[in-house]
Write a new protein. Structure first.
Length: 149
C-alpha cells in the first residue's frame, strides 16, 4: 500500500461516517413523530457498509507498495440504508390528534440512547479518519524536505 492510498481509504471512511451521522440525526429528529397507522410511522434507519478491495479502487495497480494487492481492504462503501424491523411503539392516547379509531398512536422504533451512542461513535470514527489524513499529509511533507538539507 502506498502512502497515497491512505487518502483514499480515510476519505471513504469519512464519507461513510458522514452518512452514518446523517441517518442517526434523522432518526433522532423523528423519534417522537406520531402516526395513526403502522404504514405511516417512521422507522429507524441504519447504513450498511462493505469493504472495498484495492482492485476495485485501482484495477491497474500491480503490486505497488507493501506486499502488493493481496486482497486487503482499501476503504469502505455504503451498500444501502435499511429500515429497522423492530416493533413500533404503540401508546394509548385517545386525545391525541393522530390517534386511530381505537385511541392508539404509533411512534417510531427509535431508541434515542442507542442513537446518541451511535452518533458519538461515528463522530469519533470520522475524527480518527481526519487525524489519519493529517498524519499522512505531515509524513508526505517531511519526505519532500528530506533532500533540502
Amino acid at each position: 500500500m502506498s502512502l497515497g492510498n491512505i487518502f483514499d481509504i480515510a476519505g471513504s471512511g469519512m464519507t461513510a461516517q458522514s452518512l452514518r451521522l446523517n441517518t442517526t440525526a434523522s432518526n433522532i429528529a423523528n423519534a417522537e413523530t406520531a402516526s395513526s397507522s403502522t404504514e405511516g410511522t417512521y422507522r429507524a434507519r441504519k447504513p450498511v457498509f462493505a469493504a472495498i478491495q484495492q482492485s476495485m479502487i485501482n484495477p491497474d495497480s500491480q503490486g505497488m507498495g507493501f506486499g502488493g494487492d493481496s486482497g486487503e481492504g482499501a476503504g469502505v462503501r455504503v451498500d444501502g440504508i435499511v429500515e429497522s424491523d423492530a416493533e413500533l411503539q404503540m401508546r394509548y392516547e385517545p386525545n391525541h390528534p393522530a390517534a386511530n379509531e381505537d385511541g392508539y398512536v404509533f411512534y417510531p422504533n427509535v431508541n434515542v440512547v442507542e442513537e446518541m451512542a451511535d452518533m458519538m461513535s461515528s463522530s469519533r470514527s470520522f475524527q480518527m479518519n481526519v487525524d489519519i489524513m493529517n498524519t499522512a499529509k505531515s509524513m508526505m511533507q517531511r519526505i519532500l524536505t528530506l533532500g533540502q538539507q
